[in-house]
Design a protein around this ligand. Structure first.
Ligand code: SF4
Length: 491
């Protein structure tokens, strides 16, 4: 291998922007697994790679630019986020980082990849300054692009549709491509390059460690499946694939990574990164049996969907394997509101899933969204009251955003609804957060309702007593410290 660095994978920093004063103590520091998987895949094919997690290091774009100038890689890949709708709030940091790299290291080509770049490659090239965009998963497209750059030098030109997934810009000249095919045999993907992004750099969500707040690091995330078979209109998880694209790892594959993380890096706090962990219950059961037999003492959290939890016994087994937290996207209490975003979960099934989960001894994160298109003040109140009635151990309250790349975005854009003009306004905690206005409530009313709902939930003695009884005084005090931070909102 030569001394030339072929690929620098950059995860841009938007922690302060996304979480404001909560960034320092409260917000999790999550590993950019998509960068770690791409790094491992490209390295396996003989290229020299490094990861610069500017988010974990809290490096501003200018500092990243200086580092790129010093390293002079053949290519920089700036990733947003494949996993969450948070991708959109990464866009501000990502585009500032692209510009800072161009200023500090002219001639080093920069590629953007992630949810929004996959949805709008032309926009990213024309307006956001990228030299290349990857549409679809980046594994093979990046390897092919590096081979081209290595062979033809920095002046290499990619032709139209030459590399599936790779769009390019040379001055004003745009070179189009098409979405790269998805990687189907996911057990053939190498494990995340944890040596390039050590789990000691990361920190679990505070609630995930309510019973161990002094041990939030090290922290890691692992996929057991990729994609999601559902199609909720507000959600961006299938945008990179261009549609529902569900793939599973074998339990052997997952066990190998869990064992490495535990034995080599001392990790016990792990997020199962799947959009919905509980789709293939046969695989979940087999994985749980293996984890129980290995007795690694792990502390997992995972997303589930209420319909996918089809029997209480699997929940008991999951708890035995260390799945201590399940996050349910309940979104809204009113059926009309859920149905309008293609998530028509049956109310009895929601109640039953919550009851079974509590009975299994698994703690619950309830996710609720205020301001979905059919929401009015009364239905938003119903959602808050539902969260309070369930008295879940943690509740996330979000404002509905029409994230670019989603079906909802296309719907509201076609209807002429006003959308944010800058990326930061998609940030849930941004001062200028601008959620979708509905027929019944304004954007400002939704933000105000969400912020008041957060206080109402977490100041409620019924909740705080449950929290202290379950996790001890430290957890109650931690929530008190969160409440001491006032979210700054414009206007
Ligand atoms: S079930 Fe969850 S992950 Fe899947 S599309 Fe709906 S909101 Fe997204």
């Amino acid at each position: 291998m030569s001394d030339v660095l072929d690929l620098l994978l950059v995860f841009p920093n938007n922690r302060t922007r996304a979480y404001g004063t909560l960034a320092a103590e409260v917000a999790a520091i999550t590993p950019p697994v998509q960068s770690g998987l791409t790094a491992a895949y490209v390295r396996e094919r003989g290229y020299a790679v490094r990861i610069l997690d500017a988010d974990a290091r809290e490096w501003l774009p200018e500092r990243v630019g200086q580092e790129v100038a010093a390293l002079k890689p053949r290519l920089v890949m700036v990733s947003t986020d494949h996993v969450n709708s948070g991708d959109v709030t990464k866009m501000a940091a990502a585009t500032e980082t692209v510009r800072a790299i161009h200023a500090a290291a002219p001639g080093v080509p920069v590629l953007l990849e992630g949810v929004v770049p996959s949805a709008y490659p032309k926009w990213m090239l024309q307006d956001e300054g990228a030299d290349y965009v990857c549409q679809g998963e980046p594994y093979d497209p990046i390897v092919k692009l590096l081979a081209k750059l290595k062979q033809d030098g920095p002046g290499a030109r990619v032709a139209t549709r030459e590399i599936p997934g790779i769009w390019a810009r040379y001055g004003d000249d745009l070179v189009e491509s098409f979405r790269a095919p998805m990687f189907h045999e996911v057990d053939k993907l190498p494990m995340t390059a944890w040596d390039l992004m050590p789990p000691s750099d990361y920190r679990a969500h505070h609630w995930h460690c309510f019973d161990r707040l002094d041990r939030r690091s090290p922290y890691a995330s692992v996929f057991t499946n990729l994609g999601c078979p559902y199609g909720c209109s507000f959600c961006s998880v299938n945008v990179v694939a261009g549609g529902a694209n569900f793939r599973t790892h074998s339990p052997e594959y997952v066990m190998k990574e869990l064992t490495l993380l535990n034995k080599q890096y001392g990790v016990s706090n792990i997020r199962l990164l799947d959009n919905v962990f509980t789709i293939r219950l046969d695989l979940v059961e087999e994985l749980c049996d293996r984890i129980i037999a290995a007795d690694l003492g792990l502390n997992f959290w995972a997303y589930a969907r209420v319909e996918s939890v089809r029997n209480p016994d699997i929940l008991k087994k999951m708890r035995k394997a260390g799945v201590r937290w399940l996050a349910y996207g309940i979104e809204a209490a009113h059926e009309r509101v859920r149905a309008a975003v293609d998530k028509p979960s049956n109310p009895q099934i929601i109640e039953q899933a919550i009851e079974w989960t509590k009975e299994a001894g698994i703690w619950i994160v309830g996710n609720f969204i205020f301001g979905l298109p059919e929401d009015d003040l009364e239905s938003m109140r119903m959602s808050l009251d539902m969260a309070k009635r369930f008295n879940v151990e943690w509740a996330n309250f979000y404002c509905a955003m029409a994230y670019p790349g989603t079906k909802l975005y296309d719907q509201v854009k076609a209807a002429g609804v006003e959308l944010p003009k800058d990326w930061a306004a998609y940030g849930q905690y941004s001062p200028n957060a601008q959620p979708l206005a509905t027929k019944y409530v304004t954007s400002k009313e939704i933000v105000a309702f969400r912020d008041a709902a957060f206080r109402e939930y977490y100041e409620n003695p019924h909740y705080l007593d449950m929290l202290e009884k379950t996790f001890g005084r430290d957890a109650r005090d931690f929530v008190g410290r969160i409440l001491a931070h006032d979210l700054k909102r414009d206007g």
